[in-house]
Each structure stands twice: as structure tokens, then as C-alpha cells.
Design a protein around this ligand. Structure first.
Ligand code: 4AD
Length: 456
């Protein structure tokens, strides 16, 4: 039995960067005896020396087993993902050699905590599986231990943290709206419905309506919650359950909303890039990444239709785009990739947008709405001003064939001290797909959920 509480030598974590241990292995602490715990990330035998790269979730450490230690049964049969404890002395790596963080542990003792299988069941056989994406998704719990998946999820943590920091710098209050609701936000076709003690209820598609009710007591508000969409198509950017960063801003104009969006996106990126450990991971994941230039390109929907026609990019029926078409995913992405910079696509026709979006005063065909498009992914943000006139909202329910009754609490917002306000929702998995240059949002969450997949 290994005594995890034993005090000597000191247990150290393997990380560097802001979680660096106190021991500076390259200078006066050279030769410090330490004890480390982790799992075998890689191992390599070179004559009578066994190099083990240990991983503990904080970082990697190369451990060198020499002499009789490398000839023990456990060393000779060591498999990847085996968990173990190693004690030894810390040294700089010799000139010309390479190891994570430029240090290595010269082992004088080790114990196995939990062996991992070799042969048929070896982790490398499980996760390589001829690169078949479905097998990799079935084995996601093991894939997560790999370099790419774990870096993406650490960047994800840093991004989520940065949103919290940036919103709090701006003085926003975080609230936590319910996931179980009885109203729709983005149309009935993607609602997950279920029986709620005998009443019909849904998994929320967006927390927007609830955020709007929070601004009178909190001012500008935000939330980072799950949203659910019963998407019936399999694309690389649609999930059934995703993390939605949403905010609602009080007493603003549409231009204020666009300026804020730029500020939050760039502010979050600077916070993330300011973390050297995360910046290094991003450099590996997306070496070509550059901070977006401000201001973002602004493009009205009608100009996008003209642009698509000029560039012979057809609509879903293989016809030239017409005003009123919903710009489909493929066309949107091609346009964004060619323009190759963030775009605020604004002023969509009312017919293709949600019931709560107000008309533009100068062009009643269109709404005060915005999508933010990023190269490689397309839409990562959807936002708009909100109707704040009571009669206008009542007419919108009617036009959409919606009963106003379940929305009484939302409508009251327009009765008890209304205000011009607006907000947006940003899909965290899409933002990460763009930032980390991942092909699909299925790789930017812990365990993706989409049509046909609800495991592991
Ligand atoms: O454009 P959407 O549908 O807008 C709303 O839900 C608004 N009520 C949000 C608001 O104003 N508070 O969705 C917003 C964003 C999209 O731009 C996209 O990034 C993400 O949510 N999104 C999805 N991400 C992954 N899988 C899906 N099925 C998604 N549907 C939307």
C-alpha cells in the first residue's frame, strides 16, 4: 500500500507556468529529491535505460530509470496509462537532449499504483482505432488523456474563466436562469420537450428571456449555462447540448451592442493569451492564430446577399441567393473563409429571425440583429436588440402564432418600466473551434451530445 500522506521527500506536481512548483531544477535546487505521482504518458527503452514521461494533469515530467531499477519486472512490463509513484532527484536535461520543461527526474525508487492493460487492450489500440471518428467518440474517456483533447479542454477552462473576469471587470452580474422551462426562444422545431409532473416543459434553448427579466434588478447581466437544441441534422457545428455565454445590456443602442461584442471577444482573447501556459497550448493547436483586428468588418445582410451572388455561391436550392434567403451554413462559411476576418453580419429580414427582434427604423424589412462570423466556423454569436414596446411584442406573438399566456412574465418587462435593451448568445464550443482550429465542436466539449449520441 502506498502511503500518499508520507511527508518525505516532498510530493510535487508536474506543472509549469503559473502552477510551477517551488523547485527551480536548473539552479540551486538542482538535485532536490522529490516524489511525483502520475500516469505513464509515453515510455521508451534505450538499452538499459527506461524513459517514462509521467502526466498528472498539471504537466509532464520525464523520469529516467537506470540500472537495476530499469530491469525490474514492473519496469520491463510497464504500459501506457499505468499510474505510479516515482522518487528521485531533479536534474536539468543534458545538453542536446529534450524533455518537457527542460528537466528530468533521476529515479531511485518507484511503485506501481494501478497497472493499465497492454496488448489488445492497450490504450493506444483503443484510441487509435484506425482514426474512425465514431470509435474515437465511444472511447472519448480515453481520448481525453491525449495531448490535443486535453489542451483544448484546458483552453476551454481558461476561456470560460476569462469571460467571467471580463464581465466582472465591466461590472456585469452573473445570474443562473433555469434549464427547465415552458417557453421557446428560437422556434419550436428544435425544442426538447418532456413531461414535467403532467405538464409539458422544455429544455431551454437560450436563457435570453430570463436574462431580460434580470436587468431591472441587476443592470447588465450575463450567464454561462447549458442550452439544448433538438437539431435534426449532423453538422460539424451543431450539438444537442452546448454551453451558451449570454449577456443582456440595458439602455443601449444597436451600435453599443456591436461595440460591446468586439470588446468582450477581444478582451477575453487578451486575458487568455496573457496566460503563458495556455498561450503555449494555443501555439501548438493553432500556430497561425492572430488577434482579430478592430473594428470587425460590418456587413449588412443585403450586402452579403449581393456578395454571394457576385461570387457565384448558390443558396440551398442551388439558385443565386435572393433577399429573404436564410444564408445556409456552407455559403456562410465560404464567405467568411474568403473574407478571412471576423464579420458582424447585421440587419437580417424579420421573416428569418426570432419573434422578439425589433425592426430597423430606417428599413422596416429588416431587424436590428447581428451574427458574428469567424473564419473556419462561421456563426459563433447571434444577438439583437429586443422589442421593448408592449403592443409591438403582443403583435409579434400573434404574427408567429404563439400564445402570449406562457410569456406573461416576459411581457411584463414591457409593462413595468420598459427600456431599450439588447443582448446576444455566444456558443462556447464554436468559439473554441475557431480559437483552437478544431474541425468540429464535437472536439471542443468534454462529452459531445448530438443526434444519435448520448454516451459516454
Ligand atoms: O443564434 P442563436 O440561436 O441565438 C439565441 O439563442 C439567442 N436567444 C441568444 C441571445 O441573444 N441571448 O444561438 C446563439 C449562438 C449561436 O451563434 C451559436 O454559436 C450557438 O449559440 N449555437 C449552437 N452551438 C452549438 N450547437 C448548436 N446546436 C447551437 N445552436 C446555437
Amino acid at each position: 500500500r502506498i502511503n500518499l500522506g508520507e511527508t518525505r521527500p516532498e510530493i510535487v506536481k508536474l506543472g509549469s507556468g503559473e502552477r510551477k512548483t517551488e523547485v527551480d531544477y536548473s539552479s540551486s535546487d538542482r538535485g532536490t529529491r522529490v516524489r511525483v505521482f502520475g500516469r505513464v504518458h509515453r515510455e521508451r527503452k534505450q538499452s538499459r535505460v527506461l524513459f517514462v514521461t509521467l502526466r498528472d494533469g498539471y504537466g509532464l515530467m520525464q523520469c529516467v530509470l537506470t540500472g537495476p531499477l530499469s530491469q525490474t519486472f514492473d519496469a520491463l512490463t510497464l504500459t501506457r496509462e499505468t499510474s505510479m509513484m516515482i522518487t528521485g532527484e531533479m536534474w536539468e536535461v543534458p545538453p542536446g537532449a529534450h524533455a518537457p520543461d527542460n528537466r528530468e527526474l533521476h529515479a531511485d525508487y518507484f511503485e506501481i499504483v494501478g497497472k493499465a492493460p497492454g496488448g489488445e487492450d492497450a490504450v493506444t489500440n483503443k484510441v487509435q482505432a484506425k482514426g474512425d471518428p465514431q470509435t474515437l467518440l465511444d472511447m472519448r474517456h480515453l481520448v481525453l488523456r491525449g495531448d490535443t483533447a486535453s489542451s483544448v479542454l484546458k483552453v476551454r477552462d481558461a476561456v470560460e474563466f476569462a469571460f467571467n473576469v471580463k464581465y466582472h471587470e465591466l461590472g456585469y452580474t452573473k445570474v443562473s436562469p433555469p434549464a427547465l422551462v415552458q417557453t421557446q426562444v428560437e422556434g419550436g422545431s428544435t425544442l426538447f420537450s418532456f413531461d414535467y409532473y403532467g405538464e409539458e416543459a422544455y429544455l431551454t434553448q437560450s436563457s435570453q428571456l430570463y436574462l431580460e427579466t434580470a436587468i431591472p434588478f441587476a443592470g447588465n447581466v450575463y450567464c454561462i449555462e447549458k442550452s439544448f437544441r433538438a437539431e435534426k441534422s449532423l453538422t460539424r457545428r451543431h450539438l444537442s447540448e452546448y454551453t451558451h455565454v449570454e449577456a443582456e445590456l440595458d439602455f443601449i443602442t444597436f451600435d453599443d451592442l456591436l461595440a460591446h461584442l468586439e470588446d468582450i471577444i477581444c478582451g477575453v482573447l487578451s486575458i487568455v493569451m496573457g496566460n503563458p501556459r495556455i498561450a503555449a497550448m494555443l501555439q501548438e493547436l493553432n500556430p497561425d492564430f492572430q488577434m482579430p483586428e478592430r473594428p470587425f468588418k460590418r456587413m449588412r445582410y443585403s450586402d452579403a446577399i449581393d456578395w454571394l451572388r457576385e461570387h457565384n455561391i448558390p443558396n440551398e436550392n442551388d439558385q443565386p441567393h435572393q433577399f429573404g434567403d436564410d444564408i445556409a451554413e456552407a455559403a456562410e462559411r465560404r464567405m467568411t473563409d474568403i473574407i478571412n476576418r471576423p464579420i458582424f453580419l447585421t440587419h437580417f429580414p424579420a421573416e428569418i429571425k426570432a419573434f422578439y427582434m425589433p425592426k430597423d427604423k430606417d428599413d422596416p424589412r429588416v431587424t436590428e440583429s447581428v451574427d458574428c462570423l469567424m473564419p473556419g466556423v462561421g456563426e459563433i454569436v447571434g444577438g439583437s436588440m429586443r422589442m421593448y414596446d408592449y403592443d409591438e411584442l403582443m403583435a409579434a406573438y400573434k404574427r408567429e402564432g404563439m400564445s402570449a399566456d406562457p410569456y406573461y412574465w416576459y411581457t411584463d418587462q414591457r409593462r413595468y418600466g420598459t427600456s431599450p435593451h439588447g443582448g446576444y448568445g455566444l456558443g462556447l464550443e464554436r468559439f473554441l473551434a475557431w480559437l483552437c482550429k478544431q474541425h468540429t465542436v464535437r472536439d471542443t466539449c468534454l462529452y459531445p451530445r448530438y443526434m444519435g449520441r448520448c454516451k459516454p
